[in-house]
Design a protein around this ligand. Structure first.
Ligand code: ADP
Ligand code: MG
Length: 332
């Protein structure tokens, strides 16, 4: 199978929204009047972002999911994407599964593949997504990292730490019961981009970012871009841990004997969560709750934005925790 047969068989579909899709030198995309294009690009590299034996259906899903997550963080509505693919060989069952995983998520978000590039080489997947953000009275409604203000509430969506838990099990660093691993692996391999929440937060959130590198690092970006500080109730955050119960009620325990420090590390320094971290004025509490409800996305309030720079971590008793958690990447 040649390069052009491969594209035609696995990636070319009739254009829907795009003025011109796959097949010419450029695709043509017409943004709706009164909107801006939001553009983001993310690359997945074998050995760094996934293992060689990863399920190709999941890989197709994740390659697009991590990109849609960036649109979500900007409050942008997905429109289209391009796919640059380096493949060691034209393995048809692999390509079919990869394309299915990719298009299932693309169709769920009405996001159209409009072009790309295909070469031989070590497996590498690079997607660029295009989304749409309204401009009202000359003002973009995009959610940025730079708008957080002292006094704002700080929220996180969904659950944290699952992907890191699954990764640590895969790396042989720890073991957990099989049902816990199953749920955690689903979060690592098939993350849910929080697109509906991002759209619902337009005009509400003062700043937002998606969590790809762990909460400590990504919150740091908001603080730096907004020139503010923050206080995080860490043990509130630990309750956001996902597929497996944290140090909560006894009936939730599934036989994971982690120390509180390990739970905190998972919640603060996990990665690959693809949840949204955002700030919003306390005046918007009811509206944020409604946005969570309409987008069917769980949202937790985990702290607040402060005028004084730096990040303060508090435990359940309000005691200051050492900020060394920031630098933890793995279980000690
Ligand atoms: P060019 O040589 O002009 O860069 P190509 O021959 O690489 O164009 O690609 C032919 C067409 O197929 C183009 O429209 C391109 O966008 C599209 N295409 C190539 N690879 C992919 C892919 N992996 N997914 C989707 N479209 C692709
Ligand atoms: Mg080309």
């Amino acid at each position: 199978m040649g390069e052009f047969d491969l594209i035609a068989r696995y990636f070319k579909r009739p254009a829907r929204r795009a003025a011109l899709g796959i097949g010419d030198d450029c695709a043509l995309l017409q943004p709706a009047p009164g909107t801006q294009l939001a553009i983001s690009c993310d690359m997945l590299v074998q050995g760094r972002h996934f293992f060689a034996d990863v399920n190709p259906h999941s890989l197709g899903h994740k390659a697009l999911a991590v990109n849609l997550s960036d649109l979500a963080a900007c409050g942008a509505k997905p429109l289209a994407f391009t796919l640059a693919l380096a493949l060691p060989e034209a393995n048809e069952p692999w390509l079919a599964a990869f394309a299915n995983g990719l298009f299932e998520l693309a169709d769920a978000h009405d996001c159209e593949l409009i072009g790309g590039d295909t070469t031989a080489g070590p497996l590498n997947i690079c997607i660029t997504v295009f989304g749409e953000v309204p401009v009202v009275n000359g003002q973009s409604l995009a959610l940025l990292r730079s708008g957080a203000r002292a006094g704002d509430d700080l929220y996180v969506s969904g659950t944290l730490g699952d992907a890191r838990l699954a990764l640590n099990v895969q790396l042989g660093k720890l073991s957990v019961p099989a049902p816990v691993l199953l749920a955690a692996r689903a979060r690592l391999e098939r993350p849910t981009p929080r697109v509906a929440l991002g759209l619902a937060l337009r005009g509400l959130a003062s700043a937002a970012i998606d969590l790809s590198d762990g909460l400590m690092g990504d919150l740091g970006h908001i603080l730096e871009c907004s020139q503010v500080g923050a206080t995080v109730q860490v043990d509130q955050l630990v309750q956001c841990i996902g597929s497996y119960p944290g140090p909560g009620p006894a009936e939730n325990q599934v036989g994971i004997d982690f120390s509180m420090a390990q739970w905190r590390t998972l919640a603060l320094a996990g990665g690959d969560d693809y949840e949204l971290l955002f700030a919003a004025s306390p005046h918007h509490r009811a509206a944020v709750a409604l946005a969570a409800q309409t987008s069917q996305t769980p949202v937790h309030r985990i702290g607040q934005i402060d005028a004084s720079p730096g990040l303060r971590l508090l435990d359940a008793q309000g005691q200051l925790l050492p900020n060394q958690y920031a630098s933890f990447d793995h279980f000690a």
